[in-house]
Design a protein around this ligand. Structure first.
Ligand code: NOJ
Ligand code: CA
Length: 539
């Protein structure tokens, strides 16, 4: 790595859904020690950092995104000593850890909220967002929460309503309050001092509300209309968000230059995404690009537009590309055509991992894990370890380490079953097959580290001569270059590459191809159905 370039600029960050990665004590719930046990796997895969989903004490109304103690570890996930051990072992392998920081809301069981709701005069009252209702017992506004249902809940004891962008069990904090900011800075310092390299920030768009609390005309005219897009001008993307994120960044910078903020920075436009980095690049270094991540269609034209536009707008900044996470469909399922899913998964992996910037890999993506079928989810019992039904659980099944009934995840009964049919989509089978998706990910990750053009080269939009073939180049200052050609169709296509600046395009070698391809001599060649060709440009 270039000494001047921080580690996160071209990193691969692997998202571990802690509950589902590895259970170390047979209770059916993944835990921190389980993650430690799998660090050798992550190291062999070649990831730079791991983002761990919340492992704080939590009543689990939203699996840890309802935090009741920001400086602790839930007993089901282990202890602070287990965290320390994970930090030591990860560091020994050069892997960094990012903690999920939930800023917008706490659990309704957090002592701050218990105190706030106890009395209108409570010193903590203003840590949350309270308002009087409208006449007739109506909530202060007609807003809907992101998860559906009203965004306000009436507290019977004090007769006021509290605001929650998400579940009623997730009351929003009042970020206008300096003590709230201070408390959250202390939380950040706590984890940084305990070995975290930074944070994945939850729901950064939602920190403030319009102080005028307007009614939503879309909802007011028709009670049945739910917001199609929960990002509303009154509940998301408020300008005050920037002050909070800037201050938090200062807390990180004061700790050390190697720290980073990875933001769940959902935006509706590219301009808003650019703004999430901060006017002076002094806020979130890595806001996730949801405009790209939500385009779940095998649509080379649409994807190319999203890639080229984001890369142009984010020049000098670090784009963050991904398709899957614990709230989305898994990309193997979302992009697959039911026949060529493994090959298509190689294609989407190359699209994410060959792009300039930082890439996120969701656990199991690298072995072709698919979503749990709806019927199997419906049959999965609720109980102490799975307190509520959530359709997002389809993408949260246990990591598939083997073909065993519990997928090698647990010796007990997993909190959520693995899909009944997993075929060769488990680590043992994937490791044994040199042509597997797993080995494709390993090769891509290794190539990113090895090839200067793929590591730091600028993005060069290319035209491919065919609407279903997406092509782009990467070019570094020293003239090194690479091209990436992705056939999104089930037919072989004739490619005629154009748009490389300067000298005519000549290749010196194939860097990676699937299926294995003959070296093209000229920028005109045939590419296989769903084929991928990556080549080095001669200079
Ligand atoms: C985004 C998280 O990714 C999601 O899982 C959670 O439900 C909401 N934020 C609320 O915290
Ligand atoms: Ca466990």
């Amino acid at each position: 790595m270039d000494a001047a370039s921080p580690w996160w600029r071209s990193a691969v960050i692997y998202q571990v859904y802690v509950r589902s990665y590895q259970d170390s004590n047979g209770d059916g719930v993944g835990d921190l020690t389980g993650v430690t046990q799998r660090l050798d796997y992550l190291s062999a895969l070649g990831v730079d950092a791991v983002w761990l989903t919340p492992f704080y004490p939590s009543p689990n109304a939203d699996f840890g995104y309802d935090v009741s103690d920001y400086c602790g570890v839930a007993p089901e996930y282990g202890t602070l000593a287990d965290w320390d051990e994970l930090v030591r072992e990860a560091k020994a392998r050069g892997i960094r850890l990012l903690v999920d920081l939930v800023l917008n809301h706490t659990s309704d069981q957090h002592p701050w909220f218990t105190e706030a709701r106890s009395l209108r005069q409570s010193p903590k009252r203003d840590w949350y967002v309270w308002k009087d209702g409208r006449p007739g017992g109506e909530p202060p506004t007609n807003w809907a929460s992101v998860f559906g249902g009203p965004a306000w809940t009436r507290d019977d004891a004090t007769g006021q309503w509290y605001y929650h962008a998400f579940l009623p069990q997730q009351p929003d904090l009042n970020w206008h309050h300096p003590a709230v900011r201070q408390a959250m800075h202390d939380v950040a310092r706590f984890w940084l001092q305990r070995g975290a390299s930074g944070f994945r920030l939850d729901a950064t768009a939602f920190l403030f509300e319009d102080p005028g609390y307007p009614q939503d005309p879309e909802i007011a005219t028709n009670a049945e209309v739910r917001p199609i897009n929960p990002l509303k001008p009154y509940n998301a993307g408020r300008p005050e968000n920037h002050t909070v994120l800037r201050e938090l960044r200062q807390v990180l910078d004061a700790h050390g230059p190697d720290t980073v903020l990875l933001g769940e920075s959902a935006t509706d436009t590219l301009d808003e995404l650019v703004a999430a980095y901060g006017e002076r690049d002094d806020e979130i270094q890595l806001p996730m690009n949801f405009l790209f991540a939500r385009h779940w269609q095998r649509d080379a034209i649409g994807l190319k537009r999203l890639v080229d536009e984001a890369q142009a707008a984010l020049r000098g900044k670090t784009p963050v590309s991904f398709f899957s996470n614990h709230d989305h469909w898994r990309q193997w399922s979302a992009f697959g055509d039911g026949v060529h899913n493994d090959q298509i998964a190689k294609l989407t992996a190359a699209l994410v991992l060959a792009q300039r910037g930082t890439a996120l890999v969701y656990y199991g993506e690298e072995i072709g894990m698919g979503d749990l079928p709806v019927a199997e989810l419906a049959a999965a019992p609720l109980g102490p370890h799975r307190p509520r039904a959530d359709h997002r659980d389809r993408a949260r099944t246990p990591m598939q380490w083997s073909s065993a009934p519990q997928a090698g995840f647990s010796t007990g009964t997993p909190w959520l079953p693995r899909p009944r049919h997993i075929g060769h989509h488990h680590v043992e089978a994937q490791r044994a097959d040199p042509d597997s998706l797993y080995h494709w990910y390993r090769a891509l990750l290794a190539l990113r580290k090895r090839e200067p053009a793929l590591r730091e080269g600028e993005h060069v939009p290319l035209h491919s001569g065919h609407a279903d073939v997406l092509a782009f180049g990467r070019r570094s200052e020293d003239g090194a270059g690479a091209v990436v050609v992705l056939n999104f169709s089930s037919e072989p296509q004739r490619v005629a590459l154009g748009g490389w600046p300067g000298a005519p395009l000549v290749f010196s070698q194939t860097l990676l191809a699937s299926p294995a391809a003959v070296e093209p001599e000229a920028p005109t060649f045939e590419i296989a159905p769903f084929g991928i060709w990556m080549g080095q440009v001669a200079h």
